[in-house]
Design a protein around this ligand. Structure first.
Ligand code: GDP
Ligand code: MN
Length: 356
């Protein structure tokens, strides 16, 4: 589950990691303290480049900016709320992140001297990387201060890393990225932005998780980031069989997904959004045998996804069971066709991949 920036920063603040003073803006009636930086709260990066981050100096410019950013879609997301932050006097922007390295079974600290919106242009080997555990946060801070050429900030960095590490563990995070980590004119290090992802599978032990993006798709498993086929099925057995059939057809499944028995159109739509993050997927195979799940709910999600998600790969759909006739009618209205069997879906998907 991806948190919005303001949700992530609230967690950082409680963990004693410095964040800018802020307030939320939901409408023209809200009056943040100026000057301020207005930031679109969407669960996607690249907001700065897309026009979703705006510095407001005076009150006259505020209503126009609020209206503009609230209406601006970024990567298919339109914000419900904006974050208004005190403007920072930025001396330098660094990159700092904690992430889980699954193959190595470790939490990795990553950093770069040159953070900010162009961080991707840095060569991969130029990043600072270190396996972090509960015992080496102090020495990690020292090494980081040296790498960042910030000898005077060694203690501050030790503190930040220790707090980030505790926060990462306590919240069952899978990613915690601060970009930029800002060095201010008064020599303070402040988290200018924060992306945080939490492990949906841990939601059962976090009753306090009340975020905009509800924990869902706990049964979504990444199989291959470079896979060319995404799968959506219901029931663990059918979902596994679907993945196997994709492989059997000579295609590469990107994921396993069991949408579960109580899936509604909102949770299925969430699955489509998640699949959109897999840039190599060329076709989506949907294989539903509905008992408790209702085909019409799945159809509604399919229609909504087709209408609203730009760049959605072609869908190959097999639906059977509860309310399948209603689903067929709904889909037909949008000229979306169903196929009779999974084999037919795979054959069509294979043609699609061959074309790409
Ligand atoms: P992202 O593009 O979605 O990663 O959004 P960020 O929150 O990282 O903002 C993008 C860029 O806006 C940052 O790298 C900064 O250069 C700039 N920015 C953000 N907050 C401030 C601020 O308080 N003051 C100033 N001067 N620039 C800011
Ligand atoms: Mn950023």
């Amino acid at each position: 589950m991806k948190l919005l920036e303001y949700e992530a920063k609230a967690i950082l603040k409680r963990a004693e990691v410095p964040v800018p003073r802020s307030s939320l803006v939901r409408s023209l009636e809200d009056r943040p303290t100026l000057p301020a930086v207005l930031k679109s709260q969407v669960p996607t990066g690249g907001r700065g480049k897309a026009g979703g981050v705006c510095i407001i100096e005076d009150a006259a410019a505020l209503p126009g900016a609020i209206r503009k950013i609230l209406a601006l879609p970024i990567n298919g997301f339109t914000p419900k709320v904006l974050l208004a932050e005190e403007r920072l006097a930025i001396t330098h922007e660094y990159y700092l992140a904690l992430l889980i390295d699954k193959p190595m079974a470790e939490i990795r600290l990553m950093a770069h001297r040159n953070g900010g919106v162009e961080v991707e242009t840095n060569a991969p080997e130029s990043f600072f990387a270190l396996a972090l555990d509960s015992k080496n946060t102090e020495s990690a801070g020292e090494q980081l201060a040296e790498y960042l050429e910030l000898p005077g900030q060694s203690f501050a960095l030790q503190d930040i890393i220790e707090h980030l590490y505790k926060c990462f563990i306590a919240n069952d995070a899978t990613l915690l990225e601060i970009n930029p980590l800002v060095l201010t004119a008064s020599n303070h290090l402040v988290a200018g932005d924060c992306k945080m992802e939490l492990d949906d599978a841990a939601s059962f032990r976090h009753p306090e998780w009340q975020f905009e993006a509800k924990a869902a798709n706990t049964n979504f498993v990444t199989l291959n980031k470079a896979g060319n086929i995404a799968t959506i099925a219901n029931g663990a057995g059918l979902a596994m069989a679907t993945v196997d059939a994709v492989t059997g057809a000579g295609l590469v499944p990107a994921n396993f997904l069991d949408i579960g028995g109580g899936a509604n159109s909102a949770s299925v739509l969430m699955a489509f959004r998640k699949i959109m993050e897999y840039s190599h997927v060329q076709a989506i195979v949907i294989n539903i045998f509905a008992g408790i799940t209702r085909c019409d709910e799945v159809a509604r999600a399919i229609i909504e996804a087709r209408e609203h998600l730009k760049g959605l790969p072609p869908l190959f759909i097999r639906l059977a069971g509860t309310n399948v006739d209603e689903a067929k009618h709904l889909l037909a209205e949008y000229t979306i066709s169903m196929l009779p069997t999974l084999e037919a879906c795979l054959a069509a998907a294979k043609k699609e991949v061959g074309r790409g």
